[in-house]
Design a binder for this molecule. Structure first.
Ligand SMILES: Cc1cc2nc3c(=O)[nH]c(=O)nc-3n(C[C@H](O)[C@H](O)[C@H](O)COP(=O)(O)OP(=O)(O)OC[C@H]3O[C@@H](n4cnc5c(N)ncnc54)[C@H](O)[C@@H]3O)c2cc1C
Length: 437
């Protein structure tokens, strides 16, 4: 039977495995295997909520094995570390437990068709001290590490304030004024409110200092000016110290140093200043990458130089023409991964049926930014919103939440996704509103 291996069960890979499992796997037309280094899936755009505590990753994650069983594909736990194109094999690293004992040895797996959907990692642009002192939000584990440190620091701060050290505060610096930095800044103020509600009553707004540092002239550089200035205004209202046109040249235990030599003191630092594809992709023999390390793909999403390997999502470099006739890359966003997963699913099915494959066309459906429960901004494109509609407040928040619901619809089917939405409403009253440990 034809073996289709999909590596990476994220925003794109899990949707693809689910679609192919249902259409091909269940009917015995191909064996679909999803490989991921984690046991569970959390939709990456929610990681800032895991970091703040408004989402409990342990309760909200999708277990790959259960999901695979329900949707006609197989799941294998493993970390991709190489591809042998000549022998059509992927190499998976040895799996060890936390005591260092081997669970599974380094191993190989054959494929007829391979789909690489391994996402991206934060780009520290080789700024000194960043990898040692800043936390990245690339994975649920990293988001949980941030959350744990946030909890510990709030508890320590509460005790110091109770002991009469009134001048103490928690200082958090976030580098990168894109969606991750903007959304996380607002989430931290919500976290402060919940910690205060749930017992740490000495901590008032002035005990939390959040600095959001952006090298460019404005926040959310990839979005339009209106969304950017709206988000900027709201963050200032919350009390975030927004610093645009501020380049960070190093990070240390004390904080961040700017190009002008100023030290932005911080107890916790997050680096969210851009992404690049995982480094080992550029080492795959004979495949070409762009400057972000993304694999260059043909219009059909097959990688350049190998028609049996596809790439999608953040790790795929798809060149398209921008409105000014300049070449642009499809942006590393959840909607790109979703649309590419649709295209690869269609093309693999056409290929097995002996039909020609179709070219991918990226449709920008707009952008939404949510400032926790305080506010939201966005612009929707396509469909009824032909020229684009700007949204703000509750409507924008609803549209933002519906993006996650659409991802749930794609992987669970609409009846189950609607039940999940309903259960979430009930849980709103039953569960604690915030994860405090
Ligand atoms: C905090 C945050 C907020 C964001 N907010 C938004 C937003 O509001 N809107 C938006 O459009 N986009 C947003 N994004 C970007 C969006 O999450 C990504 O563009 C999208 O998830 C990319 O999907 P993907 O399938 O390519 O990769 P991912 O969703 O990152 O999935 C990659 C998968 O590959 C697995 N993997 C990685 N390496 C290996 C390996 N070597 N072996 C095996 N498995 C591996 C990972 O475990 C993961 O499951 C946000 C990102 C972050 C971090």
């Amino acid at each position: 039977m034809i073996q289709i291996a999909i590596v990476g069960g994220g925003a794109g890979g899990l949707e693809l495995a689910t679609a192919l499992g249902r259409k091909l796997g269940r009917k015995g037309k191909a064996r679909i295997t999803l490989i991921d280094r984690n046991h569970t899936h959390i939709w990456k755009p929610l990681l800032h909520e895991v970091a703040s505590g408004s989402l409990d990753a342990e309760l909200d994650a999708v277990n790959y094995r259960v999901h695979a069983h329900r949707n006609g594909f197989a799941f294998e736990l493993g970390t991709l570390c190489g591809v042998d194109r000549a022998r059509k094999c992927i190499e998976l690293d040895a799996l060890v437990d936390d005591t260092g004992e081997e669970i599974l040895p380094r191993r190989e797996k054959h494929y007829d068709y391979l789909v690489l959907a391994i996402g991206s990692v934060s780009n520290d642009f080789n700024v000194s001290g960043v990898s040692e002192h800043c936390i990245f939000l690339d994975s649920p584990d990293q988001a949980q590490v941030f959350h744990q440190r946030l909890v510990d620091r709030f508890i320590r701060l509460d005790q110091a304030l109770e002991a009469g050290q009134a001048d103490r505060k928690l200082r958090i610096a976030i580098v990168g004024g894109g969606a991750t930095g903007v959304e996380l800044s607002a989430e931290l103020f919500k976290a402060r409110e919940w910690f205060s509600t749930y017992g740490l009553k000495t901590i008032t707004p002035e005990h939390l200092e959040v600095s959001l540092v952006e090298a460019g002239p404005r926040l959310l550089p990839a979005l339009n000016e209106r969304i950017s200035s709206g988000a900027h205004r709201e963050l200032l209202k919350l009390g975030v110290k927004v610093r645009t046109a501020t380049a960070v040249v190093s990070a240390s235990r004390e904080g961040l140093t700017t190009r002008e030599g100023e030290l932005i003191r911080a107890d916790l630092m997050v680096w969210a200043a851009g992404v690049k594809a995982p480094g080992f992709l550029s080492a795959i023999d004979g495949l070409a990458c762009n400057r972000m390390g993304q694999l260059l793909v043909e219009p059909t999403l097959q990688v350049q130089g190998d028609t049996d390997i596809y790439a999608l999502g953040d790790c795929a470099g798809f060149a398209m023409e921008g409105p000014d006739d300049q070449q642009r890359w499809v942006p590393p966003r959840a909607q790109s991964a979703h649309q590419m997963a649709d295209c690869v699913a269609r093309n693999l099915r056409r290929r097995l049926a002996g039909k020609p494959e179709q070219a991918f066309v990226y449709k920008d459906m707009g952008s939404l930014v949510s400032l926790s429960e305080y506010s939201a901004f966005g612009r929707l494109m396509g469909g009824l919103a032909r020229g684009g509609i700007s949204l703000e407040g509750k409507v924008a928040r609803l549209a933002y939440v519906s993006l996650y619901r659409m991802h749930q619809g794609a992987i669970h089917g609409w009846p189950r996704a609607l039940m999940m939405a309903f259960t979430d409403k009930i849980n709103h009253f039953i569960r604690p509103r915030f994860k405090l440990h």
